[in-house]
Ligand binder design. Sequence first.
Ligand SMILES: Cc1cc2nc3c(=O)[nH]c(=O)nc-3n(C[C@H](O)[C@H](O)[C@H](O)COP(=O)(O)O)c2cc1C
Length: 191
Amino acid sequence: MLFTDEDSLDDVFHAIKHELNRGSLDSRHPFRFVSLATQGEEGPDLRYVVLRKVDKEFNFYFFTDARSSKVSQLMKDGSIVLLFYHPGKRVQVKVSGEAEIHQQNELSRSFWPIVQGDSQKAYNSVMAPGTIVSDPEKAFQWPDEMNDQHFCLIKFTPVEIEGLQLNGLTHIRAQFKSTGNGNWSSVWLVP
Ligand SMILES: Cc1cc2nc3c(=O)[nH]c(=O)nc-3n(C[C@H](O)[C@H](O)[C@H](O)COP(=O)(O)O)c2cc1C
């Protein structure tokens, strides 16, 4: 369990924050992969992404290709919902907030050196993500010289967090809302 009914709301908040941070640092942590929901043209859209970083101000960072659907969706509507699940601790964390797109600017360039060697291929396909191809191999084309032209950093600022601790018949659910300047209000909810 990540939290129990003995914990205060403050304890729960710090436990969730700590676990999210661990997810960004440990490639084997279950929070490393997160479902990221956006508003698509024809309704909700959803995909997994890698949680790359959680900074001291509690912003989250993701990498993607600027030509991917999620980026055009986020340019129209920056609202994001993230959903994490830790099977060992049996805890679900839902985080809602606002995304900012960074491409070929100071912030995105500060992350590009982390993307080493063949990992750069993820942002350098000759054809844009989502292009129809006659067979899978047609997609495996990259330029000789790779660069950060299509590398896109998604910076996400949470505004609402909900933790659900599964516990037999006595689940525990807590909700936190940002009130600005790094402050959060908190309540317990019926699971
Ligand atoms: C475990 C896992 C991790 C992934 N991580 C990323 C990621 O960090 N960034 C990314 O752009 N796509 C990632 N993907 C691929 C996306 O889920 C998605 O298929 C792709 O980005 C296209 O999404 P879109 O068309 O909705 O933009 C990952 C897929 C899986 C299964």
